[in-house]
Design a protein around this ligand. Structure first.
Ligand code: FRU
Length: 444
């Protein structure tokens, strides 16, 4: 099959064949990032949920490995997370290689949470206790899913965050464990917005490693910021939106990162199966990995997301334009066709500024202090008189990052394979501070 079909993402992960949805078990261990994913091994539509598996040394170039966790006893394997058992609390470590533990939902009514582990750097997994429950069904039938597990160093406990389905408000259950085997419920968090695939992570504030807050988000990437003491999550109850686009779902973040970054990947959910209409051998794709940081703004703390710097390894030729008027910038851009693009545009703007950016047939408009793309409106107020936009364009996606990541919008987009044209226009003489176009090489 290979990775070179007309609509095959070139720097976004997709499975070699067949269907994928949620990222699962994202974790770093011994020089490798692991990305597991909801996968149908036998068809290009959802079903037969199995954990697919891929590894990477840079979060950009992935190598798909054999499936990690397969259905058993008439149940399939739904979403979950993985962690490194740094202190060998499970007691199965072999030599110096830390054990990888994967918590997942065993999907056979009534659902329960189960675990698998690997003592060979994720190459093979064993079911823990034959795949029996580590957290039994809590009374919500199939509406209890997607365990997030992590080691909470200050309280020296394992924590599990579990979404359960009930009429509004939705509910998140928090559990503690000493040994990954016996779990005790320690708190509940009830909110209208929570729905599936909860993730809870500690993030730096304003880049200061001594200042940290916790972020709780769900599958549709709504989030709250607060404090977490190992048992209870407390917040100011303000709910924010982490992505403005229609195609960012079920994101999670890497456990056990080798540096102080927090990096997340979402399922770039595409309804109506655009890939199948184009006869692709695979269906669905992941978003490009983004760092997550909290920054103080006039509206309080907010989440900023930004493509990981490892994308630079894919840079080919670059066009750079500085301090230009609109016409001359537009002329240069027009003579720089590209297929895979990482473009940054900084321009002077006020409330009445209007501008159009064309990327391979896709049209992004700036007006009324927002970017408009399809039906999506992404807020983009000038900061000190400047608006800045970064756009990643692949064969089947467009991702917008506004004002250094203050607003992000993720889009599935079936781009015309042969269209390489880039363009810029405006009725106004908008001053371009800087325009950079990096042509990207394929990651495959
Ligand atoms: C989210 C989700 C999860 C579930 C998985 C099944 O997209 O519905 O809640 O575990 O997909 O594939």
């Amino acid at each position: 099959v290979g990775y070179d079909q007309p609509y095959r993402p070139q720097f976004h992960f997709s499975s070699l064949r067949n269907w994928l949805n949620d990222p699962n078990g994202m974790v770093y261990l011994d020089g490798e990032y692991h990305l597991f994913f909801q996968h149908n091994p036998v068809a290009t539509v959802w079903g037969n949920m199995t954990w697919g598996h891929a590894v990477s040394r840079d979060m950009v170039r992935w190598k798909q490995l054999p499936h990690a966790i397969l259905p058993y006893e008439g149940g399939t394997i739904f979403s979950g997370t993985a962690a490194v058992d740094v202190n060998n609390t499970l007691g199965v470590q072999k030599g110096d290689v830390k054990t990888l533990v994967a918590a997942f939902t065993f999907a056979k009514s009534p659902f329960y949470q189960a675990m698998a582990y690997s003592t060979d750097q994720g190459r093979t997994f064993e079911l823990w206790n034959e795949g029996k429950a580590i957290v039994a069904n809590q009374g919500y039938d199939s509406g209890e899913r997607d365990p997030k597990i992590f080691w909470h160093e200050p309280s020296k406990k394992w924590v599990m965050v579990l979404w359960v389905k009930q009429a509004k408000p939705g509910r998140v259950l928090f559990f503690n464990s000493d040994d990954l085997q016996k779990w005790t419920e320690v708190s509940q968090f009830d909110r209208d917005w929570v729905f599936e695939c909860m993730d809870l992570v500690e993030l730096t504030v304003d880049g200061d490693p001594n200042q940290k807050k916790w972020l709780l988000y769900d599958a549709s990437f709504e989030y709250e910021i607060g404090e977490f003491d190992g048992k209870t999550f407390t917040t100011d109850r303000k709910v924010h939106r982490g992505d403005y686009g229609p195609n960012y779902y079920a994101a999670q973040s890497f456990n056990n990162m080798p540096d102080d970054r927090c990096v997340s990947i979402g399922w770039m959910r595409g309804d109506n199966h655009p890939f199948l209409k184009e006869d692709m051998p695979f269906n669905q794709q992941m978003s490009f990995p983004t760092t997550m940081e909290l920054k103080s703004t006039a509206d309080g703390l907010k989440l900023y997301r930004w493509p990981v710097k490892e994308i630079e390894d894919l840079y080919g030729d670059t066009l750079t334009i500085e301090a230009a008027d609109l016409k001359s910038a537009a002329n240069k851009l027009q003579s720089y066709p590209a297929e895979l693009v990482d473009l940054s545009l900084d321009f002077e703007a006020n409330d009445s500024t209007e501008l159009l950016l064309y990327l391979r047939g896709e049209k992004i408009t700036y007006r009324e202090a927002a970017f408009h793309y399809g039906n999506t409106v992404v807020p983009a107020k000038p900061v000190d008189g400047i608006v800045s936009l970064r756009v990643l364009v692949d064969r089947a996606s467009v991702e917008l990052f506004v004002n250094q990541g203050a607003a992000v919008s993720t889009h599935y987009a079936i781009l015309e394979p042969l269209n390489r044209s880039l363009g810029l226009s405006s009725e106004q003489n908008v001053k371009i501070r800087k325009l950079t176009v990096n042509r990207l090489k394929s990651a495959w």
